[in-house]
Design a protein around this ligand. Structure first.
Ligand SMILES: NC(=O)c1ccc[n+]([C@@H]2O[C@H](COP(=O)([O-])OP(=O)(O)OC[C@H]3O[C@@H](n4cnc5c(N)ncnc54)[C@H](O)[C@@H]3O)[C@@H](O)[C@H]2O)c1
Length: 370
C-alpha cells in the first residue's frame, strides 16, 4: 500500500503520525511510505532520518495527499486539507467528528474512508489510541502545577516535595482514571502529600493497592471535595463521563474556600472542564487568575511535549496502521473489531451512531461495508 504522512498544519501542532522507526516497519512489510518534507521536524525527526529507513520525501502537502492510498495523521483535517482528500482514500487520524459539523460534512463529501483514532475500542471498552495522550497529560499536569505554584508565576510559592523539616505541598486529584492515576503517581514521586478521588469504589480499591504510601484515596462527593479544598495547594481535574460534558465538581463559590495562590489544573477542559471557572487556554497564554486562584486549562497539553507525545501515540497507532496496510481497511476491519469500531464515515455514509446523532444524519450499519 502507498502510505502518506502529511505535515500537521493545525496551529502549534508539532506531532507527526509516523516516526522513522514506524516507517521502517511499514516498509519491511512491503509498503511504500511517503513523508511530506519537514513533517517530523517538530518532533525532532529530520527528512534524512526517514529516507535512511527507506521512506521517500515529498515536497508539499498536495503531493502527499495525491500520492497516498492511506493517509496517517495526528489532528483532524483542517479546512485547507478538505479538498485534498480523495474518494476511497483511507484517512487514519483523530477526527472528533461529533464536535465539528463542517468537518463531518466535508468528509462525507470527499467519499473517503475515515477511521478515527478516538473511537478504536478494545473489548474492555478502553480506547487504546486516547490512553497515551491521557498518560502524557496526567504526568504533565503535575509538572505544570508544580511550576505555577512558584511565586514568580503567581502561585503560593510552595515546593511540591517540601524539604527536610518542611511539610510538602498537598495535591488533590479529582478522578482516578488514566489522567488522574498518572498525575497522582507523578505528584507522589516528587514527595507531595496526595489525595485522589473517584466515584468508583472498585477503582479506589485498586488505587489504594498500587499507589505509594503518600497517596490517599477518598470517595468523591460534593461534601468531601468542599472539605479538602481549603487545605490543598494544587488541584487537578481529571474526571470523565464518557460521551458527556464533565460535571462541575468545583463550582465558582468554592474558590473562596481555597488559599490565595492555589493552582487549578483542569485537564478535563477538553470536555468542558470539571472546574466551573475553567475555560480553554493555549500554550502561549496558559493561565489566568480568578479570586487569587490560578487556573491552567490548556486543551491540548500533549502538544507542549511533541517528542514524547509522538512516540507515545505512534507506539499505539503503528500496530493498527500495519494491519490496515497489510490487509486493506475492509479485511482488517472485518477481522479486527477494535478497528471496525474506528470506522466513522465510509464513502459518504456515516457508520458511527454518535456522529449521525450529533448532526441528524442518516446512519448506516458498518456491517454493510466490511
Ligand atoms: N487537556 C488535555 O490536553 C487532555 C489530554 C488528554 C485527556 N484529557 C481529558 O482528561 C479527562 C480524563 O481522561 P481519562 O483518560 O483519565 O479518563 P478516564 O475515563 O480514564 O477517567 C475518568 C475518571 O473519572 C471518574 N469520575 C467520573 N465522575 C466522577 C466524579 N464525579 N468524581 C470523581 N471522579 C469521577 C471515573 O470514575 C474515571 O475513573 C478527559 O476529559 C480527557 O478528554 C485532556
Amino acid at each position: 500500500m502507498i502510505i502518506g504522512v502529511p505535515k500537521e498544519i493545525k496551529n502549534n501542532e508539532n506531532r507527526v503520525a509516523l516516526t522513522p522507526a514506524g516507517a521502517k516497519e511499514l516498509i519491511k512489510n512491503g509498503h511504500e511510505v511517503f513523508v511530506q518534507s519537514t513533517a517530523g521536524l517538530g518532533s525532532g525527526f529530520s527528512d534524512n532520518q526517514y529516507t535512511e529507513e527507506g521512506a521517500q520525501i515529498l515536497p508539499d502537502i498536495e503531493s502527499t495527499y495525491a500520492k497516498a492510498e492511506m493517509i496517517i495523521k495526528v489532528k483532524e483535517p483542517i479546512e485547507k486539507e478538505y479538498s485534498l482528500i480523495k474518494e476511497n482514500q483511507l484517512v487514519f487520524t483523530y477526527f472528533h467528528f461529533a464536535s465539528y459539523e463542517p468537518l463531518t460534512k466535508a468528509m462525507i463529501e470527499s467519499k473517503s474512508v475515515c477511521l478515527a483514532y478516538e473511537t478504536v475500542e478494545k473489548p474492555d471498552r478502553s480506547l487504546p489510541l486516547l490512553v497515551p495522550m491521557s498518560e502524557v497529560a496526567g504526568r504533565m499536569a503535575i509538572q505544570e502545577g508544580a511550576k505555577y505554584l512558584e511565586k514568580p508565576l503567581q502561585g503560593r510559592g510552595i515546593l511540591l516535595g517540601g524539604v527536610p523539616g518542611v511539610r510538602p505541598a498537598k495535591v488533590l486529584v479529582l478522578g482516578g482514571g488514566i489522567v488522574g492515576t498518572q498525575a497522582a503517581k507523578m505528584a507522589a514521586g516528587l514527595g507531595a502529600d496526595v489525595t485522589i478521588m473517584d466515584i468508583s469504589l472498585a477503582r479506589l480499591r485498586y488505587l489504594a493497592d498500587i499507589m505509594p504510601a503518600n497517596v490517599n484515596t477518598y470517595m468523591s462527593s460534593e461534601y468531601n471535595i468542599r472539605e479538602l479544598l481549603g487545605s490543598h495547594d494544587l488541584i487537578v481535574g481529571a474526571v470523565l463521563i464518557p460521551g458527556a460534558k464533565a460535571p462541575h465538581l468545583v463550582t465558582r463559590d468554592m474558590l473562596k474556600l481555597m488559599k490565595p495562590g492555589t493552582v487549578l489544573v483542569d485537564v478535563a477542559v477538553d470536555q468542558g472542564g470539571c472546574i466551573e471557572t475553567c475555560k480553554p487556554t493555549t500554550h502561549e497564554n496558559p493561565t489566568y487568575i480568578i479570586d487569587d486562584i490560578l487556573h491552567y486549562c490548556v486543551a491540548n497539553m500533549p502538544g507542549a511535549v511533541p517528542y514524547t507525545s509522538t512516540l507515545a501515540l505512534t507506539n499505539a497507532t503503528l500496530p493498527y496502521a500495519i494491519e490496515l496496510a497489510n490487509k486493506g481497511w475492509k479485511k482488517a476491519c472485518g477481522e479486527n473489531n477494535e478497528l471496525k469500531l474506528g470506522l466513522n464515515i465510509i464513502n459518504g455514509d456515516v457508520v458511527y451512531k454518535g456522529v449521525s446523532e450529533a448532526f441528524d444524519l442518516p446512519y448506516h450499519a458498518v456491517e454493510n461495508y466490511v
